[in-house]
Design a protein around this ligand. Structure first.
Ligand code: BEZ
Ligand code: FE
Length: 279
């Protein structure tokens, strides 16, 4: 095919995809081409703007390594991550809602016994976290595997600190035989997502702030149940209504209660969805 015009080039590209053997790949790439072309037509994309876009994505790639995942930040700040989470986690009423995973989970976090302090020296005000893990029918989930991770009082995850002192403010615990858990950590505080790269430039250019409201990350796994990836947010935080990554759900907001000794207590009960239960 030669002499393609702006009126027939989309069909020509789609025709070129006709023999894609994997039907799902064919569906996704076909739709992507249609939407990309429609976008370019919609905004009447100039050549200079096209090149700026290429340069932007090149910067996103260059700053990304095993510690810094700028593509996830880009997806998060454009709402794509939360849209994907929402579309794929339509659980029955009563289940704990899901939210974004974020880029700061690590696979090899240390294991702790119930009651231990996962902070491991991370700066922050001491805090006790406790609650239960139950199934949708109200049954306790004994031994549920609870992964927790959070930023410290300076708004940094351990993995963001160069020459870091190892794992801090993260760990893996197992709920008791009654599905109960409790551990010590530090008070969750609001923090800005990394904004010294191209995603930060995009936020500045669109007059957006980079802040996330204070939260703890949880991932809960148990045989026979869907894995739950979520946060517990701190009630009263100034950024609950303007989370940079659109992850807040009201059902995930809890009170962090100051105790007479100046430490904090937060209680949150999780409800996990039996595997195969659907929505
Ligand atoms: C986080 O909560 O850890 C996070 C989520 C999205 C982007 C950056 C950080
Ligand atoms: Fe976080």
């Amino acid at each position: 095919m030669r002499n393609l015009t702006q009126d027939n080039i989309t069909q020509a590209v789609l025709a070129r995809l006709a023999d894609t053997p994997d039907p799902r790949l064919k569906e996704v790439v076909t739709s992507l081409v249609q939407h990309l072309h429609a976008f370019a037509r919609d905004v009447k994309l100039t050549e200079q703007e096209w090149f700026q876009g290429i340069e932007f994505l090149t910067r996103v790639g260059h700053i990304t390594d095993d510690k810094r995942q700028e593509f996830i930040l880009l997806s998060d700040t454009l709402g794509l991550s939360m849209l994907t989470v929402a579309m794929n986690n339509d659980k029955p009423a009563g289940c704990t809602e899901s939210t974004v995973f974020g880029p700061f989970y690590v696979e090899d976090a240390p294991h702790f016994d119930l009651g231990e302090d996962v902070a491991n020296g991370a700066p922050g005000i001491p805090c006790l976290v406790r609650g239960t893990v139950r199934g949708l029918g109200g049954e306790p989930v004994p031994g549920a595997e609870i992964h927790v991770w959070q930023a410290d009082a300076e708004g940094k995850y351990d993995v963001q600190r160069t020459g870091g002192d190892g794992h801090r403010a993260r760990g893996v615990l197992h709920a008791s035989g009654k599905g109960e858990y409790h551990f010590r950590s530090i008070l969750a505080e609001a923090y800005p997502i990394p904004d010294d790269g191209p995603v930060g430039d995009m936020l500045k250019a669109t007059k957006r702030h980079p802040w996330r409201p204070a939260h703890l990350h949880f991932m809960i796994k148990a045989p026979g149940y869907e894995t739950l990836i979520t946060h517990v947010f701190r009630n009263g935080d100034a950024y609950l209504d303007s989370d940079a990554v659109f992850g807040v759900r009201q059902s995930l907001v809890a009170d962090w209660v100051k105790q007479p000794d100046g430490t904090y207590l937060v209680e949150y009960d999780f409800v996990v969805n039996p595997a195969g239960a659907g929505a």
